[in-house]
Design a protein around this ligand. Sequence first.
Ligand code: PLP
Length: 341
Amino acid sequence: MKWLDLRSDTVTRPTPGMRRAMAEAEVGDDVFGDDPTVARLQTRVAELLGKEDALYVPSGTMGNQLALRAQTRHGDQIVCEAGAHIYRYEAGAPAALSGLLVTCVEAPGGALRWDLIEPALNPVDDLHAAPPAVICVENTHNRAGGRIVPQDLLTEIAASARARSLAVHLDGARLWNAHVATRLPLSELAAPADTVSVCFSKGLGAPVGSVLAGPRATIARARRLRKQWGGGMRQVGILAAACLYALDHHLQRLSEDHVHARLLVKGLDHPLLKSVHPVETNIVILGVEPPATVDGLLAHLRADGILAVAFGRGRVRLVPNLDVDKAGVVRVRESLEAFAV
Ligand SMILES: Cc1ncc(COP(=O)(O)O)c(C=O)c1O
């Protein structure tokens, strides 16, 4: 039986075409700035996102954390949504690496709004308080089931933040999915933010890599910090080639994952399983109703050759991806429908 792995969009393996592109990549020492493939990727992503400069980094976590460190001082305050990856899933890095106070704001559906952020901001002129420096927004929002941040909310956040000299960082690990779902240009989605990180190892199917884009001076700081944090890499064009290949071949096909995600839950009328969020992109989060349990559902799926993952109390996440075709998605749907206690 072929396993259907829907734990995440990170589980995909490079395709033969991608492996060929990697094997044939022109490379050089990227710490010396000599790798032409990395340079091509950085230029292309900066252009796509409408930013001055960009930096290739090993992971989304490093992209996010470099953005924070490059735009803050130790002891500053940053604000993000309570379910944000930066806060929940980056091993406490804002505190550990940059000495930041993270203030979380709960927003329905993960859609952060300025009227929720403003009351959480510390006063700048009170010496008892950590001064606010960066607002973080995540699009699409992973924990909110791949929800797309309404662009008007982000625009308002950025205008209000700018009026207070605060920076805005966009965790765009899955900005590609928002782009394909909304058809808004990537540059428009990124425009309100000062810095944006995007990932190639999620739905785009590359094995490694993210890019942080932003103003030239901020990216220069991030480049130095990347070296300090051990992320300066040498003939890394081999990996950047996979990212370029993904942009050329896997970007538009993300819409298939979105169709597949809807196929998993549309019209699902099951007494024990409820889709927690409207499915807008490639992530499905199912609430498991008592007397059924998350472990029970995961075991049932596993018996049918399907891998999913627990995602918060009483919840299971399924993420259609490059390695799961429509027939596979139909199999998963049938397995969900057959679930019983
Ligand atoms: C929204 C979001 N941001 C950042 C990351 C971090 O990416 P990485 O696992 O490459 O560090 C992830 C990973 O799943 C993510 O979902």
